[in-house]
Design a protein. Structure first.
Length: 372
């Protein structure tokens, strides 16, 4: 017959066996509940303070202080030189247009300038040939690799901070050679630095029929990411899509991307530092789409050539000066645009824009669809 001591020991063992699964479940639940949010990941990548939580220890590493200091300096300079003057110019010449999507093709991860010129757009549709990558989760990157990756990310931003555009030929190397792969970390950084709060991030795709799929499909001709956010002082959510998709003739006719864009209705469009691609016939379909679907189109001279804006269909306003393309693109000079600038007294630009990135050398064209 078991003694009282034996019975007590047996009951204690059973109690521990019963509690152990509950403890493990509690630990699992705690782990899940404390996973870093998209907003926390974005703030960390942007060198901004994150709330006390799973990323606190990472934020205390010496590499983080270097990252934050470098970005603070670069952003402060950008704010004074570009973002504040753009905001002042926009209020005078580019009034808010509610409930219109913004198409920004050949963009790379440049949500920065799209948001600077069109802060109220409910939906931003960016597209480039740079890969999306995954959804950033910095906790899964060992700190020995994380901080060099963040240093590389800062390097990839030097051209857009200094000159207002990304160098296309460098982006594949910059965005693929580190644990922070693809353009999504850059989208995170820009949105967070602009003061936005990120709510959700999902991988998406567009099929050949133009249907948006709530997942990334391997081999899709238009794979993308969707990020929802609110900007400072606002409660209404906005959405940015970025799609990796080739917009030249043969690929774009098969991808379904423009079919999905068509479902968004008429919008505004933005083109900057687009390598003069729409000056050739190999991007005629994309050029036609923008002309048909844009109520307003803001661009530099690297976008759609002047000859495609029929005077009876568009009202065109010019700003800054036209010095012609930089030497790399010298074959895309537009004598008709130069002549138009000479005939008109164009308002100066207080900021740099496009390949001619100095404020006293930049070209801005604002085309508004004429009322019929």
């Amino acid at each position: 017959m078991p003694t009282l001591a034996t019975q007590s020991q047996s009951m204690q063992t059973n109690r521990m066996l019963f509690l152990r699964p509950l403890v493990l479940l509690g630990l699992a639940a705690a782990s899940i509940s404390h996973a870093a949010s998209p907003n926390e990941n974005a703030r960390f990548l942007a060198g901004l303070p994150v709330p006390e939580g799973p990323m606190t220890a990472l934020g205390q590493k010496s590499g983080m202080a270097e990252h934050a200091a470098a970005l603070n300096g670069a952003w402060s300079s950008l704010q004074k030189r570009q973002l504040d003057p753009i905001a002042t110019w926009r209020q005078e010449f580019l009034p808010t247009a509610q409930d219109r999507a913004l198409f920004y093709f050949f963009s790379g991860p440049d949500i920065l300038y799209a948001h600077a010129f069109f802060p109220d757009a409910p939906v931003y549709i960016l597209c480039g040939i740079e890969p999306v990558g995954g959804i950033p989760d910095v906790e899964k990157v060992h700190h020995d690799r994380l901080y060099p990756a963040m240093r590389q990310m800062r390097k990839s931003l030097e051209s857009v901070f200094n000159w207002s555009f990304f160098k296309t030929k460098d982006m594949k190397v910059d965005f693929e050679g580190t644990p922070l792969r693809g353009i999504t970390p850059i989208l995170y950084l820009f949105l967070s630095r602009m003061g936005c709060h990120l709510h959700s991030t999902e991988l998406v795709s567009v099929d050949r029929d133009g249907n948006l799929l709530e997942e990334k499909i391997a081999g899709s001709a238009a794979s993308g990411i969707r990020i929802t956010f609110t900007r400072p002082g606002q409660t209404k959510e906005q959405t940015v899509y970025y799609f990796c998709s080739d917009l030249s003739e043969a690929p774009v006719s098969k991808s379904g991307f423009l079919k999905w864009c068509d479902s968004q209705g008429a919008g505004d469009s933005f083109v900057k530092s687009a390598s003069y691609l729409m000056h050739s016939g190999n991007f005629a379909t994309t050029r036609k789409f923008l002309l048909e679907h844009s109520e307003r189109l803001l661009s530099d001279d690297s976008g759609i050539p002047l000859q495609y804006f029929a005077e009876n269909q568009w009202n065109l306003s010019l700003f800054g000066v036209y010095l012609g393309p930089i030497s790399l693109f010298k074959e895309y000079n537009q004598p008709n645009l130069a002549a138009k600038y000479k005939l008109e007294k164009t308002p100066p630009l207080p900021f740099g824009f496009g390949y001619q990135w100095r404020s006293n050398q930049s070209t801005v064209m604002l085309a508004k669809k004429a009322a019929h």
